[in-house]
Design a protein around this ligand. Structure first.
Ligand code: ABU
Length: 459
């Protein structure tokens, strides 16, 4: 083990040094991947030196998500305390289904879930779990909503016409999950949004009424706290009233921006959160832990047990179900995704988590101010969002993003809202400072000029 750990240290040192000089890894076109890197597997072992060379090269050529050149997705950066926790989780290699197999690590996960429930304002009847990603926590909410509507469905299968409601700007997991849960993709109602990307509550109300009149049974409204493109927040207060009137499960998908829960300054974006039935949040997004740390909490823990508990005498052999987390989780074997969040939270406190969130909004303000002060840009997104959406000099967003990537300059993606397509610049890496944000624009502008992209790509 010592040899592998010292090799790990050697490779990591090399990566960290190289990242300083080259925030972007060299782009390898997918068509050339197997020619450029030694990825093949064979019957015979290779010697230590060739192994080290192949592994080092693989690491150095992998896209760099922790540097100030990565703004592509809804995660980024490298928080050292969280990395420490995750490395230890790998070394410990527990599975979180039982206290017998995970011991105090179960307590770590429970402490996180408890504190999140406390911050929401829920009592001891609330609880939660961790799944493999935001799609899966959304899936869990849909299953609980289905079962809460009629507990027989989990035994008999779905034999009634159920419907779920989500905004047109919500995450793509919702229709997938409708298929998985037996509700059916055709029974997802995509509610239009207002001009800033928030679900139109009047249309929601009308759609539910029409469905009920047509013999459908509405079971779930999925509210988004931070839509994937614009970072918009649906109005939880208003939607919770609709759900209460119609007795529908209210889930808040806060995978992207639900971490505003930790911030006194931005918590107002999820006002009414205590009224939802379930809430999900990804600590690997705004909080910056390594992938993945996807949390779901429910106001009434009985729903977790109803939908996910199953006896297995070969597994549950000691301790109370409260400490055998497999009784409330989607899967059986489950890696320890809690420790990395716990090491970070323990070290910086809830105040430190708030600082992380607030800093990301401050970085977004810097980006928006820069854009608003420069006539070559057009801004498409709004205040209080860490997704800063813009176009530059009328150059098609997808062209500029792809060229920046292929020439190993910057990683940033594009998105669309209604008829507009634009660059989506995500200020989620809390290790960045304001200079890094301005540097992004400088680098992009220089790239456009050097490659004469304005002339080449605008008609
Ligand atoms: N839930 C992941 C979304 C990915 C993205 O929009 O970048």
């Amino acid at each position: 083990m010592e040899k592998s750990i010292s090799l790990f240290k050697e490779i990591v040192d090399q990566l960290l040094q190289d990242e300083k000089e080259n925030p972007m890894a060299e782009h390898i076109p997918s068509a050339e991947l197997y020619d450029r890197l030694d990825l093949s597997l064979s019957n015979e072992p290779i010697d230590d030196q060739r192994f080290q060379e192949a592994l080092t090269e693989l690491v150095l050529k992998t896209p760099r998500t922790a540097t100030n050149a990565f703004f592509n997705q809804l995660f980024g950066g490298r928080n050292e305390k969280a990395v420490l926790g995750d490395l230890l989780a790998v070394i410990l290699n527990n599975s979180m289904y039982t206290y017998k197999a995970a011991g105090p690590q179960v307590g770590v996960e429970k402490a996180i879930l408890r504190e999140i429930c406390n911050l929401i304002g829920w009592d001891d009847n609330s609880d939660g779990t961790i799944a493999t990603g935001g799609s899966m926590t959304n899936f869990m909410s849909m299953l609980m909503a289905r079962d809460a509507f009629d507990q027989k469905l989990r035994f008999e299968g779905v034999n009634q016409k159920l419907t779920v409601y989500t905004s047109k700007e919500s995450h793509y997991s919702i229709p997938k999950n409708a298929a998985f849960s037996g509700i059916g993709r055709d029974n997802v109602r995509f509610i239009p949004t207002n001009d800033v990307g928030e679900m139109d509550v009047e249309v929601l109300n009308g759609t539910i009424a029409a469905d009920k009149a047509n013999g459908f049974h509405p079971v779930l409204v999925n509210v988004t706290a931070g839509t994937t493109v614009l970072g918009a927040f649906d109005n939880i207060e208003l939607i919770s009233e609709v759900c209460k009137e119609n007795n529908i499960w209210l889930h808040v998908d806060g995978a992207y921006c639900g971490s505003v829960l930790f911030s006194n300054k931005y918590r107002h974006l999820i006002n009414g959160i205590e009224k939802c039935d379930s809430f999900s949040v990804n600590a690997h997004k705004m909080i910056g832990t390594p992938l993945t740390c996807s949390i779901i909490v429910v106001k009434d823990k009985a729903h977790l047990r109803d939908s996910f508990a199953n006896d297995a005498s070969y597994l549950y052999q000691t301790d109370h179900d409260e400490f055998n987390l497999g009784k409330t989780s989607l899967q059986c074997g489950r890696r320890n995704d809690a420790l990395k969040f716990w090491t970070l939270w323990k070290s910086v406190g809830t105040k430190g988590l708030a600082d992380i969130v607030d800093h990301q909004f401050a970085l977004a303000d810097t980006a928006r101010q820069y854009i608003e002060g420069n006539p070559d840009y057009k801004l498409y997104s709004y205040d209080e969002s860490i997704s800063v959406c813009f176009n530059y000099k009328g150059i098609p967003a997808r062209e500029i993003c792809t060229r920046l990537y292929e020439e190993s300059e910057l990683m940033v993606g594009y998105g669309s809202f209604r008829d507009d397509e634009f660059i989506r610049f995500v200020t989620i890496n809390a290790q960045n400072d304001h200079e890094d944000i301005l540097n992004f624009f400088k680098t992009m502008e220089q790239f456009v000029e050097d490659h004469d992209l304005e002339r080449a790509l605008t008609s």
